[in-house]
Design a protein around this ligand. Structure first.
Ligand SMILES: NC(=O)c1ccc[n+]([C@@H]2O[C@H](COP(=O)([O-])OP(=O)(O)OC[C@H]3O[C@@H](n4cnc5c(N)ncnc54)[C@H](O)[C@@H]3O)[C@@H](O)[C@H]2O)c1
Ligand SMILES: [Zn+2]
Length: 339
């Protein structure tokens, strides 16, 4: 095991720890109490052997393997997890561990948040997107009737275990798509991080990954510590997302991956031509798409339906200089100008 970094996340009453390293899973019990009932929640796309060292350290370890894919991030799947906890005689002292990408983290986190009004939760993210973004900040949710993340809770994991070795099995396209959230983190709050992406030689990505992910996590951590419930500042994390979500939905959440759509969304919202070119060069470096074909009216409608669009205005996140984001209240009709 190699521990690269340990971070504390401080949210007043709630504190959690983030551990970054390699081969951590076989020593997980040195960071948390596994001497209780533990339910490991994972999906069919996550290599089965990842759960083995975790289960081996639990006093009473159980596993539930859910079908993979966003279409299963539903109340029905959430209920399956809760039923399993009930059947196992789970008490408030027991533990849920998510082992998977953002879909599993969101769903297992919501099961942990809701069973008996809350049991301990540990998140072990296995995709770049979940290591960089979704496992940090305590948002848990499922989708309902095609509306993403509409039912959920804020529930902070006691421990988030970022093990870079788990990414070895991730398909390259998924890997690159998740990196967009780190590029975004640089653009909104850490110019040096964005510049590191600009100068990076792609062949070095595996070696550089720990420092890139660590910097991106710190951006998110700082923002979430300042505004856990998204009353203000936390909105800057949505840079590229309002338009990106519209395009992602237009492709019915299947042809474009989330990060790919967000990358295009960042380009669309960036008006400064020089900066747009810089972002484009970074995206191209990781074989990420920089354009998409879509019907502008249809995407406009989808952006309007997004939960972030309140009444006739929308809070757009703009970046003019890397490292500095602004929240701009914009009349909804103006969205058309960017599409
Ligand atoms: N809570 C938050 O703050 C937050 C933020 C951003 C995104 N999200 C959510 O995250 C989800 C997307 O997460 P994602 O991109 O990780 O997708 P995902 O969890 O669906 O994983 C993508 C695919 O990769 C597979 N996979 C996972 N780990 C693997 C590994 N190590 N090797 C090989 N295959 C692996 C999965 O089985 C799945 O098929 C969405 O539901 C989104 O709403 C949440
Ligand atoms: Zn995102």
């Amino acid at each position: 095991m190699t521990v690269i970094e340990r971070l504390k996340i401080d949210l007043g009453n709630d504190t959690g720890e983030i551990i970054l390293g390699r081969d951590i899973l076989k020593d997980l019990s040195s960071f948390c109490n596994l001497n209780r009932k533990v339910l490991v929640v994972t999906d069919s796309g996550v290599p089965a052997e990842y759960a083995e060292p975790v289960l081996a350290q639990c006093a009473e370890g159980h596993i539930i393997v859910l079908p993979s894919g966003e279409q299963h991030k539903t109340l029905a799947t959430w209920q399956t997890v809760l039923e399993k906890m009930l059947e196992l005689g789970f008490s408030r002292k027991d533990l849920v561990i998510a082992l998977g990408g953002g879909m599993i983290g969101d769903l297992a986190g919501f099961a942990a948040a809701s069973f008996m009004r809350g049991v301990d939760f540990i998140n072990i993210p296995t995709t770049t997107l979940s290591q960089i973004d979704s496992s940090i900040g305590g948002k848990t949710a499922v989708d309902l009737n095609g509306v993403k993340n509409i039912v959920g809770a804020f529930w902070q994991p006691k421990l988030t275990c970022i093990d870079f070795e788990l990414l070895a099995s991730l398909p390259r396209r998924e890997f690159n798509s998740g990196l967009v959230e780190a590029i975004k983190a640089g653009l909104i709050a850490d110019a040096a991080l964005f510049e590191r992406f600009e100068t990076l030689n792609v062949a070095d990505i595996e070696i550089k990954l720990p420092e890139l992910i660590s910097a991106a996590i710190k951006v998110k951590q700082k923002v979430v510590e300042a505004d856990e419930k998204e009353a203000g500042l936390r909105q800057i994390l949505n840079f590229g997302h309002s338009l990106g979500h519209g395009i992602e939905s237009y492709y019915q959440l299947n042809e474009l991956l989330h990060g790919e759509a967000v990358g295009i969304g960042m380009l669309l919202i960036t008006e400064d031509e020089k900066l747009r070119k810089r972002i484009e060069n970074v995206l191209l470096k990781f074989d990420l798409p920089v354009t998409a074909v879509y019907d502008k009216d249809a995407v406009f409608e989808l952006v309007c339906h997004d939960k972030k669009a309140a009444a006739n205005t929308i809070n757009l996140i703009k970046v003019e200089v890397p490292g500095k984001a602004e929240i701009v209240k914009t009349p909804i009709e103006e969205i058309r100008r960017y599409l």
